[in-house]
Structure formats: C-alpha cells, structure tokens
Design a protein. Structure first.
Length: 757
C-alpha cells in the first residue's frame, strides 16, 4: 500500500495481508524508506513494514522538501492514523527519525490512536534541540555528509550526486535546527531507547535522556554497530525494537539499562553533548533483590532462574548485580558467607561464596569459576524467547543455557547439597561468579590485579571439556577435562576501489573484491597439527569409540610420519566425527568470520568494503606470524590484511603478546582435583573414558595458569552436534536430564575432597 508519505509492505516472510503488527520506520537525516530495505525479510511473523518517504527524495524527489516539524508530523499522522486502525502500531525512528517518530507519536496519542511502542535508535532526545533555527547551507549539508560517514568526499565532486544527495540533507538539517519540543505532559507510551555501541555521534548519556519523554516504561538497550546500525546490523536493531520481552531482570526498576558501556563521543549529531564521566567503583546500590523460591539443590530450577536474568554483555560489561543478589540470597539462606565486589562499571559485579574447609587446613581453595555474563541474543531470530528459560521436549532453552549458566547451576546445586548434608571439605571451596568474561575490561585478570591475595586459588574448575556420546547418540563415550585453551587473533580485511553512482557499475567493485577474498580465505585450511593435549584426547577417543573406521583414522593421524599423511588422516577423522566442528578445532588453526561492512547510501557503489575474522591457534601449534604471512600471500593485492590489537600496539606487539599466551604451560593432571574428577566420571558414567584435553575456545583461565595454578575446564553434561553449534547462537539449549546427571558428577567430584578428619 502506498499513499505519498507512507508505504506499507504487506508481503514476504515477515508479512502477509492482515498482519496484526505494523512497524513504521522513520529514516535518518537525508535518507528515506530505502534505508530499511534489508528489514523486509527479517521481520517477525505477523509484522508488516511501514516506510516514511518525505518529499524531496526517493519517488518524491521532484517535490519540495518539508523543513517545518509541525507540518511534517501532521502530514504523516494524517496518513498513518487510518492505516493503523485495528493494528498494533510500533513507531521506529533512527537518528533524526527518532524525533520525527516522537512527534508523530504525540499527535497520534492526542487523537486517541493507540501506539503500542516507540523505539528511538541512535537519536538525541527532544530536550537536546534548541529550536534556534538559522540558515543551513549546502556547504553545511556537505560537511554533515562527510563528517558522519554518510558518503565519501570524492563522491560529492560529482555534480549529479551533489544535486541528488545534498538537498534532502539540507532540508533535514533545517528541520532539526528549528525544532523545539512543545511543553506539556509526554505521551504514555512504552519506549525503547537504543544506543549503538560504536556510535561516535550520540553518546550513552544522550540516549538515557529519552526516559524523560514518556510517562510509561523506558528501557535502554545496546546493539552492536555505529550510528547507522539499522543498516549494518539490522537483525540486532530489529530484535531490540520488536522482541516482545527485552529481558528485564526480575526486580529491576522501570528505568533499566540492558547492556551498558560508556560511549566517549565529544559531540552529538546536532550539537555538543558532554561525554559521561568515568564511573568509579562504589558499593552496590540499594534496590530490590530478585528472589529464588525453588530448591537450591535443583540445578534445573537454578538454571531457569539464572537464564531469566538478562546479563547480556555487548562488549563493555553486563548488568550482573541483580543476578549476584539472587545468588547472595541463595547462599546466605544456606548459611554460606558471601561477598559482592563492584567494578568501575555500574551494576557490573563479581560475586563470591566461600564454604570453609576443615580447621587448620593448609590446602589452598578450590575455586568454582563460572562467568555471569552472556553474549547478546539480539542477532538472528530465535524460535524460543532467549531469556525465558523455557523447557520444551526435555531441553532447557535460553541464552547461557550452555555457556555457561547451566554449568553455574551444576556448581551451585552440587556445592549446596554438600552444605545441606554437613560435608566438611579438606580445603575452602569458593564459588566465584565473575563478570566480563564475554568481553569487557573488568574480568578475572582485572580482579586479580586490583585485589591481589583475595583469591589464593590452589586449583580452578571452570568451563571447558565435553561429554560426548557414541554414534548411537545415547551412550556416553568420552569425557574430557581441558587443561589449556586456544587463543585467537583478530584480523581485518579492507578492499578498495572507487565510489560511484549505481547507474555506472564496474568490474572490481570493492564489495565484489572483498567477497572474492573471503571466498579464498574460506577455502583455506591449516595443516593438521595436534598438540600434546589434543594427542592425548584423540588417543583416548580411538580407544573409546565403537566405530572401528574412526578409530583407525585417528591412529593413522597420530602415527603419521609425514605432513601429507597426517593431513589426509586428520581430514578423515573430522569427516567421520559426529562433532566435526569441535574435532576440527582441536586439530588445527581455524578462521572464523564475524563481520562485514560496506555501503552507506542506496544509490552509491561504495569505494571501500571491510570484514573481520578471528584466527584461533593451538598452544604448541602454528606460529601466528607465519600464518598472517601465509594469508597475506594467499590474497595478494586484492585486499589489505591488518592485525588488530589494543590502542597503540604495533603488529609485532600483538603477535608477541599472543605468543606469550600460547606459551603458558598446560595444567598438570597430577593433582587430587583431577583424580577426583576421574573418579566422579567413573561413578556417574561407568565405562566412559575420562581424559585430559585441549579446549577449542578461550576462558578466564589464563591469568591463573600464568601463576602456575592448575585450571580445569568442564561442561559436565552430555552434548551433541546441534547443541555445540548453538553455543553463542540461536536457540541455545541443554538437556534437562543431562544437566541433572552432570550436577551429580560435580557433586561426586566435591565428595572426593572431603576432609579425612
């Protein structure tokens, strides 16, 4: 349906005639509805997409632009009100579009047309506009286009582009310059204020100010990307706007920030805004505490409660305080001493519970280390609500079910069962719920540096190795306790050509070049080079598997005398494995592609296209510098490959730091904790081979291993390929009965550490 200002797209996977929900989108400065083109195939079931196209752009390019806010909002409201009849209406505005959506919302509200939700993305709040007016020239529009990255400067040398691109920008800048929020009571509408983590123009403080412009709930959410995140990360923005439950933790106030992180931009899009002041560490603020009413020795009930706390970490820290308060209640009710330690990020805390060992013990504590934060669930579409903790067909779904709130639940339930039974251990047992494991500056390394001596660990048990089944999918086969982690290197690709009008495409466009390079890198395979831990694991696998063909391939790989023979046998092992992605990662250096970006305007062929990927290395395997050199040789001059490090680091600095991490020694298996685990596995999984192993990812273990403290990794429950693939992915889940049995393994491990007195 089209009617001048408003176009409604009813068809496609996200929409059909008669859809109940209508999501209407207002574009940023100078843009129009085409800015949301990629949204049409991504919308939730039963949602239609409405696009606002102002005069002077798109199909209305010959019409005179509107530069008065009242005229703009009145015109949109007149068309939108009848189209919204009988529908659940959601308004979504990006950048300047946030103000436009707000003003339309006010008018609809005053005429009693219901608006279910207002979503403002990367936009300044109404009070940030001064309404001073003033002339806005084409040169101002040109400076805006270049300064915000809307287009390349070279493109504006083309008169055709200048005539097409600059007038809409100039009109919108005039509209913004003359805007001042009308006095009066704000509308009573649920609001979601969404900030982009890497937005250099609209800082967090500006996004937070939106809570003053509604009398209903305002939830502040974070998404990846920059100022135009709705184009670069559409799935994340759609999820933030249209997900029915943003994951507000139980007991949180109506002004809730889900996923924080200070943005230190010095200037906002339409005027200077001071950056937020750095937050100093402080005592946890007083506030409501989320309660847990179930049996704390029931790992399933615990895991459900943990998942329902949205502790998403978008990169600079999560809101873990409500989660920590729940744990605090649970342990205090059991008579266990606890402590919540804040970090400089408000609401992002570490939690400790300590069960004392026998009097006079000289053994250092065993630390059960489980991170509280989880990766965001704002990307691809889930079929289950990511923070609902739903149990369906014997599986528990939710972000963190596998990584690693299921493990945390097993740790807590097993430990508190011993506390309930009056067990006295031969050392202190410390449960540490750490924050910032999933990226962020205030994790385990920060804590050990800032609080030296507070945790004198004798050994650490955290996330790591897997319990795998035989080919029948039912019979447990092998259990691994991992004794070291892989480490990764972030790499960036940049392909460059030149920017031009889409009417004049050419060979060698930057996006095509980037695609060709990614295809080459996607086909690249490192040599099979199992390290000592991987060899130990695969030797145990050959003895454990009931598949004689797989066992023979593993033995051939381990006994190979030449690289070619080892590569051939290793590829066969991966092909025959029921968990090929896992076993491939335990045998070689791998590449994982995480992001790609190009383009900024619908009628421009971009001159630059970039992508990022991670190379993950086995300790004792490939040298990172040699791999970087090999990859550069592979892609030639088609693109530039850059090693990404910390600010101020050279490539040599980054590679030296990585080599240092890779040189950290494996944790020894010659400890009573390792032997207690082996004994526990023999009790809960009779006949299963228990072995030391290599972990395919990175954990919080490195700072401990650097101090020669043994660290062991375990996911104590059985998993299959589908569960492993959903780690950090959609519909993450674990088996309910597997969680109960895994908790019994942890219980039996702790039982092996009882005091002999």
């Amino acid at each position: 349906m089209s009617s001048g200002w408003l176009q409604i797209h009813e068809t496609g996977p996200g929409g059909a005639p008669g859809n109940r929900t209508l999501a209407v989108c207002f574009a940023p400065t100078g843009a129009h509805g085409a800015s949301f083109a990629s949204w049409r195939q991504r919308l939730p079931e039963g949602t239609s997409l409405g696009l606002i196209t102002p005069p002077g752009r798109g199909m209305r390019i010959d019409e005179e632009p509107v530069t008065d806010m009242a005229a703009y909002a009145d015109a949109v409201t007149a068309e939108l009100a009848p189209a919204a009849s009988g529908r659940r209406l959601i308004l979504i505005g990006v950048s300047l579009g946030a103000i436009l959506a707000y003003e339309v919302c006010r008018r609809l509200h005053s005429t009693r047309v219901p608006v279910a939700r207002l979503c403002v993305v990367a936009g300044q709040a109404p009070g940030d506009f001064g309404g001073t007016g003033g002339g806005v020239t084409l040169e101002d529009a040109r400076a805006f286009a270049v300064g915000t990255g809307l287009t390349d400067p070279e493109l504006l040398a083309d008169p055709e582009f200048e005539e097409t691109l600059l007038p809409p920008i100039q009109a919108d800048l005039r509209l913004a310059a003359g805007y001042r929020a009308a006095p009066g009571r704000p509308p009573n509408v649920e609001m979601r204020a969404i900030r982009a983590i890497d937005d250099p123009h609209v800082p967090e403080a500006a996004v937070r100010r939106w809570d003053r412009w509604t009398t209903a709930d305002c939830t502040v959410l974070s998404v990846p990307g920059g100022h135009y995140a709705h184009q670069t990360h559409p799935a994340a923005v759609i999820s933030a706007c249209l997900d029915e439950e943003p994951g507000q933790a139980a007991g949180a106030s109506r002004r809730t920030v889900l996923g924080t992180g200070a943005t230190v931009a010095a200037a906002a899009l339409f005027g200077a805004v001071a950056p937020p002041a750095p937050r100093a560490a402080a005592s946890p603020p007083a506030g409501p505490t989320a309660s847990f009413d179930g049996d704390p020795t029931d790992p399933v009930a615990l895991a459900v409660a943990m998942i329902r706390h949205d502790t998403s970490n978008p990169g600079q820290g999560a809101q873990t305080l409500p989660y920590a308060r729940m744990l605090d209640d649970i342990f205090r009710a059991a008579g266990v001493r606890t402590e919540i330690v804040p970090t400089p990020t408000e609401g992002n805390v570490h939690f400790f519970a300590r069960v004392p060992g026998s009097a006079g013990t000289t053994k250092k504590p065993l630390v059960l280390l489980g991170h509280s934060d989880v990766v965001p669930a704002a990307g691809d579409t889930w079929t289950r609500r990511p923070f609902a903790g739903e149990i369906v067909d014997g599986h528990l779904y939710g972000r963190g079910a596998l990584d690693m709130k299921g493990v945390n639940a097993a740790f807590v339930a097993a430990l508190l069962r011993h506390v309930r039974e009056g067990t006295v251990f031969d050392r202190d047992i410390v449960f540490w719920s750490d924050c910032d494991e999933e990226q962020g500056p205030y994790g385990v390394r920060w804590f050990l540096t800032e609080h030296p001596g507070k945790v004198e660990a004798g050994a650490v048990l955290t996330e790591g190795g897997w319990v795998l089944n035989q080919h029948d999918g039912r019979t447990p086969m092998i259990a691994a306790l991992t004794c070291n982690d892989k480490r990764s290197l972030l790499l960036r690709l940049e392909a460059v050509s030149y920017a031009t009008h889409t009417s004049k495409p050419f060979g060698g466009q930057a996006v095509i070049r980037l695609g060709e390079v990614l295809e080459q890198l996607g086909q690249w395979r490192a040599h099979i080079r199992p390290n000592a831990l991987s060899r130990q694991y695969f030797d145990a696998l050959a003895r454990a598997t009931a598949d004689p063909v797989l066992a023979a391939a593993v033995r051939e790989m381990l006994e190979a005398r030449t690289e070619a023979q080892r590569d051939r046998a290793g590829e066969t092992v991966v092909r025959l494995s029921d968990t090929p992605e896992l076993h491939n990662a335990l045998l070689r250096t791998t590449l994982a592609f995480t992001a790609a970006q190009a383009g900024y305007y619908p009628s421009i062929v971009p001159g630059t296209a970039t992508a990022e990927f991670r190379a993950a290395f086995l300790p004792g395997g490939d040298d990172p510098g040699r791999v970087v050199t090999e990859l550069r040789s592979l892609i030639g001059n088609q693109a530039t490959l850059t090693v990404v490090g910390n600010p101020g680091e050279s490539e040599e600095d980054v590679l030296a730091r990585l080599r240092g991490y890779l040189s950290v020694r494996d944790s020894t298996a010659d400890t009573d904790v390792f032997r207690a685990w082996q004994s526990a596995v023999s009790r809960t999984h009779p006949g299963v081979r228990a072995t030391a192993g290599q972990f395919e990812a990175v954990t919080s273990a490195v700072p401990f291993r650097e101090q020669d403290v043994p660290v062991y990794g375990m996911y104590p429950f059985t998993v299959d390929r589908d569960m492993l693939k959903r780690m950090h992915g959609t519909d993450e889940h674990i088996g309910v009965e597997a969680l109960r049995l895994g908790t019994e393994t942890v219980y039996q491990l702790l039982a092996g550490l009882r005091s002999a007195r």
